[in-house]
Design a protein around this ligand. Structure first.
Ligand code: BGC
Length: 365
């Protein structure tokens, strides 16, 4: 079968002929891949900044944002049937008995770092015609989500982050309404984060680099989130326009942008970092000012990565809600679909737009 893989150590990306996976246990499910989203993490893998092949292997099958269709189920599988649309989770537990998070099936909070991530870290991904996965790592997507469910995984990043933020803000029991939010970055994680924040009732502004008009600004504005360009609007002006900011949701992976915008965070606010930084940045920070602000205003800086089972369930429910609330809003985040052969061209990131997707089923649709 066709699979898109990166070879090590050359880091050359190619479509390879890989053996078709088979079921090895009664709880496994064989899935035909429909679509795989390409993201900044794939770019980092290609640049050698992140990721690793499975132990003892010299290539890694890429792809971690996936929508597939069940083709075969093991004898103990009750919840999935051939034909069902499914989305797989990314991270698998580490093998250590002393990691409470992994022992209790919360590998997104792994404490050893020895987890694997399909398509990223030590385990083959989903950018292949078929894959096999244990039923416990699969989530059923409604047929009505066929065209947008490839966005589930990037949305789970926001679901986990906002679940954590809600726990933190439970420290403010008197607070009646969610308040104001700023999203940094207007890529897929930022756009989906904005929708998730608006879904919770936050008045949300998207703050990103490129001046409008552009596709990212239009996508944000189409769902009612004002878009401001950091080239036109300073952090001070942002602060004045957005009002006291309760949540800053960072989705750029740029430490300069994030720490700069920290100045806009309001009293008792939470700054959430979701972007794994790629390129090197040397930051000049007025450390005492940052600490003074954090301490005197009870602010929280939260880093969050990956997502758990409940976040995938919630993301799939939210995709339905977003669809009903903003018809066409999710679809416009998907800029184009490409054949597997185009993976490296797509990942280079020169095509512009928002989310590029590899489709294994274009001919059949
Ligand atoms: C993925 C996460 C993953 C993280 C770090 C992100 O792109 O969406 O699932 O945990 O990269 O590898």
């Amino acid at each position: 079968m066709k699979a898109v893989a990166i070879a090590y150590p050359s880091r050359e990306v190619r479509v390879i002929d890989a053996p078709e996976p088979r079921l090895h246990s009664p709880t496994e499910v064989r899935v035909r891949t429909l679509e795989v989203g390409v993201c900044g993490t794939d770019k980092d893998i290609l640049q050698g900044l992140h990721g690793a092949p499975p132990p003892g292997e010299s290539h890694l099958v890429l792809g971690h944002e996936c929508l597939g269709q069940v083709v075969e189920v093991g004898a103990h599988v009750r919840d999935f049937r051939p034909g069902d649309l499914v989305v797989p989770r990314v991270r698998r537990p580490c093998p250590h008995a002393h990691c409470p998070a992994c022992c209790y099936e919360h590998p997104d909070f792994c404490v050893t770092g020895d987890y694997t991530e399909r398509g990223i870290q030590g385990a083959h991904g989903f950018c292949a015609e078929f894959f096999v996965e244990d039923m416990m790592y699969l989530h059923r997507a409604e047929d009505s989500l066929r065209d947008v469910a490839v966005l589930t995984e990037p949305l789970t990043i926001a679901e986990k982050a906002l679940r954590e933020a809600a726990r933190i803000q439970a420290r403010l029991p008197y607070k009646q309404a969610p308040g104001n939010a700023v999203v940094l970055g207007a890529g897929p994680v930022g756009q989906l984060g904005a929708m998730a924040l608006m879904g919770l009732g936050y008045a949300t502004t998207v703050y990103s680099r490129s001046p409008p008009p552009n596709v990212k600004a239009s996508a944000a504005e189409a769902v009612g989130a004002p878009y401001l360009s950091s080239q036109q609007v300073t952090v001070e002006e942002l602060k004045a326009k957005a009002g006291p900011v309760d949540v800053i949701y960072e989705a750029t992976g740029s430490s300069t942008v994030a720490f700069d915008t920290l100045r806009a965070l309001g009293p008792n606010g939470v700054l959430i970092f979701t972007g794994v930084p790629g390129r090197k940045e040397h930051l000049h920070l007025a450390g005492e000012e940052v600490l003074r602000q954090l301490v005197l205003w009870n602010q929280v800086v939260l880093g969050t990565v990956n997502a758990g089972s409940e976040d995938f369930t919630r993301a799939l429910e939210n995709l339905e809600r977003f669809r009903a609330r903003w018809p066409g809003g999710l679809e416009r985040l998907i800029t184009a679909r490409h054949p597997p052969e185009a993976f490296s061209q797509v990942v280079e990131g020169r095509l512009g737009g928002i989310k590029h997707v590899i489709s294994f089923q274009e001919a059949a649709r």
